[in-house]
Structures are given as C-alpha cells and as structure tokens.
Design a protein around this ligand. Structure first.
Ligand code: PBG
Length: 335
C-alpha cells in the first residue's frame, strides 16, 4: 500500500526551528525611528493631568512636556505630534484661538524647537480643539461644517504653526482642497520647507473616543458627529481617491487613521502610490490594549509590539502611537 508521498514535500518549519534562522528570514522590523509620539499639551506650569480613558497618558504643561521631548530624543524617537487642550473660555464658534500666534501650540512649538532643535515637531491642523461645538470646521446655521470657509482658516492656522517653527503640519480635518490651500499659504510666505502630513484617509471612527476626552471636545460634540466629512468605515476605494488628491495637491506624506482596523487600507495605499504612508494607532486602540493588559488578560509588551509590527507589515513607513516611549524602551531592552 503506497501513499502519494510519505513525507511533506516542503517543510516550512525548518526555518522556524531556531532563533538564528527565524532572524535571517524575518521580513519586517519595527525600529525606534518608525515611531511618532502624540502628546497633549496644557496651559500653565507644572501641570499634569491623567487622561482617565488612556491610563499612562497625561496632559502636560509645556515645561513638563520638555521632559517628554528629551526622553524621545534619548530613546531615538524622531518626532512628536502636539495636540492642545484649550481652555473652554477660549473656545468659540469661529475658533479664533486657532490663529493666535501666542496661543498654546505656537508657544509649545517655539519652546520645544528652542530646546530640542533636532526633534521633529508635528502640529495638528483642524479647528476642533478651538470650536465651542467641537467640530473640525466652521458651521453654518444648520450646524453643517462649511468647507471653503474652513479651508481658508486652516491655511492661516498652518502658517501660524510654521511661523512658530513647526517642521510638519498635519491637517486632520478632512475638508476638500485643504492641502492645496495650506501649501499655497505656506509657499506664498516662503515656508517652502514645511512638510505636510495629510490625514488623507481619516475614517469617522468610534475609536477616537478617548482622544476627545483627552482634548475635552467630547462634551462639546455631544449632539454631533463627523459623518459629513470623515470617511465611512465601509469604504476603501474612496481612500485611494482621497490619497491621490492629497498627493496631487502637495502632500509630502499621507496617513491612514485609525490603524489596526484599517490595515487593509494602508496596504492598498502603499501599493498604489508608493508614497510615504503613515498610520495612526489611535486612542481607542491604545485604550483597548491598555485595559486588557491592566486586567492581566493580555501581555502588554508582546501585544503592543505585535500590533506595531503589523502596521509595518501592512506597509506603513511610520506609526503615531501613544505607546511610542514604551515601544522604544522595549526595543532598546531587547537589542
Ligand atoms: C481631530 C482629531 C482627532 C484625532 C486626532 N485629531 C479626533 C476626531 O477626529 O474627532 C484622534 C486621535 C486619536 O483618537 O488618538 N482633528
């Protein structure tokens, strides 16, 4: 009695047998210089507040933020992304504070650039931290976010950040035409080196909940949502369309957001355009991993590193993650 073959023709397990051969054939790697650290900045001095839905993440005043920036540099993290927590007394319908050259973001940028010139500083371009209604743009009488009026303000906001010294401006608002408008605002003021990181495929995701707690926009947004400008989670061709437009309009890098649930989009975008493609592991992803780890249900280091590596495997060139400091520390430990 004879079998077709007595042995497997090819043994995939041979290369998996030992550490050395697993290392030799490993296709993707996470490195410290793939990481960008998002931070929340507060007005004042020596102020530090826990973000309840993001254990381990704090809102910090600029003086304390400097210590974080220093840590990033020590660990080899190339850049941080700044998100402001604006006092509610400064929020209004027209987001005026967004254009204040002495506002919290310009101050933070100036201070950080002065102390740590080699650390890349990325600022968020959107109006939601500054509007009393929590939307990313200006609204009309029906509460609809107006595109072209908003885009004009975003161009000015980007210019204010560039003047303060921001290396990269990152529009996260999803208005149409904002990349072209921001590029024009920067170019016509001679900021030809300021890079634009476009949140090109930003989905209307419920995974942003903890972030909205962190910047204090969730209460303002209570009656609203962002469905008229952020993308429908059901769509994927549309993401390619968005990315194509943003690149055409002058984006230097594009971003997909959120991360893990949208890695199929990262792969498609990378394959189609071959442009620098970033991914944002958002607040809700952080909260899930952290909560499970704190309950002892998941191994935090192993699961975080696996999630970040998966972003790389999907084609991401860099990852915004609230785990950046931890991940960099773990990478160093395991050398
Ligand atoms: C808003 C903005 C959001 C995030 C970054 N910029 C939230 C939103 O669109 O409501 C979310 C980031 C995160 O969840 O970590 N311009």
């Amino acid at each position: 009695m004879s079998f077709i073959s007595q042995f497997p023709q090819k043994r995939m397990r041979r290369l998996r047998r030992d550490d050395f051969s697993r290392s030799l054939v490993r296709e993707n790697h996470l490195r410290t210089d793939d990481l960008i650290y998002p931070v929340f900045v507060l007005e004042g001095k020596q102020r530090k507040e826990q973000v309840v839905s993001m254990p381990g993440v704090e809102r910090l005043s600029i003086d304390l933020l400097k210590l974080q920036a220093e840590k990033c540099l020590q660990l080899g993290i190339p850049a941080i992304a700044i998100f402001p927590v604006i006092d509610s007394s400064l929020k209004n319908l027209t987001a005026d504070e967004a254009l204040n050259p002495e506002g919290l973001v310009p101050q933070a940028v100036t201070q950080l650039k002065k102390n740590f010139p080699e650390l890349g500083i990325i600022t968020d371009i959107a109006l939601d931290p500054y509007t009393s209604h929590g939307q990313d743009g200006l609204i009309d009488a029906n509460g609809y976010v107006m595109n072209d009026e908003t885009v004009l303000v975003l161009g000015q906001q980007a210019l204010v950040h560039a003047q303060a010294g921001a290396d990269v401006v990152a529009p996260s608002d999803m208005m149409d035409g904002r990349i072209a408008a921001i590029r024009a605002a920067l170019d016509s003021n001679k900021f030809i080196h300021t890079r634009i990181l476009a949140y090109s495929a930003k989905y209307a995701s419920s995974f942003y909940g903890p972030f909205r707690d962190a910047v204090g926009s969730s209460a303002n947004l209570r009656s609203g949502n962002k469905y008229t400008y952020q993308m429908d989670p059901a769509n994927s061709d549309e993401a390619l369309w968005e990315v194509g437009l943003d690149l055409q309009e002058g984006a230097d890098m594009v971003m997909i957001k959120p991360g893990l649930p949208y890695l199929d989009i990262v792969r498609k975008v990378k394959d189609k355009f071959g442009a620098p493609t970033l991914v944002y592991q958002v607040s809700g992803e952080y909260a899930m991993l952290k909560a499970a780890a704190m309950n002892g249900w998941l191994d935090e280091e192993a699961c975080v590193m696996e999630s970040l590596l998966s972003c790389k495997r999907a084609g991401a060139d860099a990852i915004l993650t609230y785990f950046a400091l931890d991940a960099a520390t773990w990478l160093r430990k395991n050398i």
